[in-house]
Design a protein around this ligand. Structure first.
Ligand SMILES: [Zn+2]
Length: 256
C-alpha cells in the first residue's frame, strides 16, 4: 500500500482450481459478503476439461465455463478462468503471470484459496498461486497492469480441504467458522448450476450425492459453532498478512 492510501476494502476473490470448487467450499460466505455489499470475484485455474467421461475437452470446458458463470451470477459475482488444464496446473512463470494480473485487476481485500494440503495437486498448486499473488500484487513493479489505489496484502483464508482431511487422512481444524445456515439453499442452488458434474461424479466416484455431500460437510462445520450449517477456514497469519479476524468483524464469524 502506497503512503497516504486507504486500504481497499469490500472486494473478495475466491481463487480456486476448478469450476465448482468455490461452490463446494466457500459459496455460502461469498453470498453473505455479497449481501453485505461486497464485490465478489470467483476465479478458477482450469475450465474443468477432464470433468467428463464422454465429452471432448473443448466441449466440456465450454459447458463448465457457462455453468460457472451462471452460478457466480446468482450471487452477483464475476467469473474468471485462467484457462489452464486439469491435472496440469503449475506454479510456473506463465501461470503466475496470469494469476498476478488477475489479482492486480481485481485488487482483492480478502482472498479465499484452497488448503495448502488437499486431495488433489491442482488444489495445492492453486493454493500456492493464490498465496504468491496475494503477497506481491500490491507491489508497483510486479505487473504491467495498472495498480489500483489501496492495493494491499489481503486477508488470506484457506478453505477446508475436500472432506475436511489432509492427504494423510488427518482432520483439518478451522481457525474461523462462518455461519451459512440462512444461505445454505442458495449455496446449493449455485452448486446445482454445475449440472455436468453431478453426472460425472456419479460415474467416477460411484455416488450421486453432489449436493448432499456439501450439506453434510456444512452440517459438520455448523456443529463447531452450534448452528445448522457453516463453512470453515484457516486464516493465513504469516508475516505481512493482516491477522485480524475480518470475517468476524463483517459476518460475525467465530474464531475457534
Ligand atoms: Zn477441484
Amino acid at each position: 500500500m502506497a503512503k497516504g492510501e486507504g486500504r481497499t476494502t469490500g472486494v473478495v476473490l475466491a481463487f480456486m482450481a476448478h469450476p465448482d470448487d468455490a461452490e463446494m467450499l466457500c459459496a455460502g460466505t461469498l453470498i453473505r459478503l455479497a449481501d453485505a455489499g461486497w464485490t465478489v470475484h470467483v476465479a478458477t485455474a482450469t475450465a474443468g476439461d477432464c470433468g467428463s467421461m464422454a465429452l471432448a475437452p473443448r466441449r466440456i470446458s465450454t459447458i463448465r465455463r457457462a455453468e460457472a458463470r451462471k452460478s457466480a451470477a446468482l450471487c452477483g459475482a464475476t467469473y474468471h478462468c485462467l484457462g489452464e488444464k486439469d491435472g496440469f496446473v503449475f506454479h510456473d512463470k506463465p501461470t503466475m503471470r496470469k494469476a498476478m494480473d488477475l489479482f492486480r485487476k481485481t485488487a482483492p481485500s480478502v482472498v479465499f484459496a484452497h488448503a495448502p494440503s488437499d486431495y488433489m495437486i491442482d488444489h495445492e498448486v492453486a493454493s500456492v498461486l493464490a498465496r504468491s499473488a496475494s503477497f506481491l500484487y500490491p507491489a508497483p513493479n510486479v505487473s504491467a497492469i495498472k495498480r489500483r489505489p489501496g492495493s494491499a496484502v489481503p486477508h488470506l483464508y484457506y478453505c477446508d480441504p475436500i472432506a475436511g482431511i489432509d492427504p494423510s487422512g488427518k482432520p483439518v481444524r478451522p481457525t474461523t467458522v462462518v455461519d451459512i445456515s440462512d444461505v445454505i439453499e442458495r449455496k446449493a442452488t449455485m452448486l446445482a448450476c454445475h449440472e455436468s458434474q453431478r453426472e460425472w461424479l456419479r460415474r467416477h466416484h460411484g455416488m450421486d450425492e453432489y449436493i448432499e455431500r456439501m450439506k453434510r460437510h456444512g452440517s459438520a462445520r455448523g456443529e463447531l459453532i452450534g448452528k445448522p450449517y457453516a463453512e470453515g477456514f484457516v486464516q493465513h497469519r504469516g508475516h505481512a498478512y493482516p491477522g485480524s479476524n475480518l470475517l468476524g468483524t463483517v459476518l460475525g464469524a467465530a474464531d475457534v
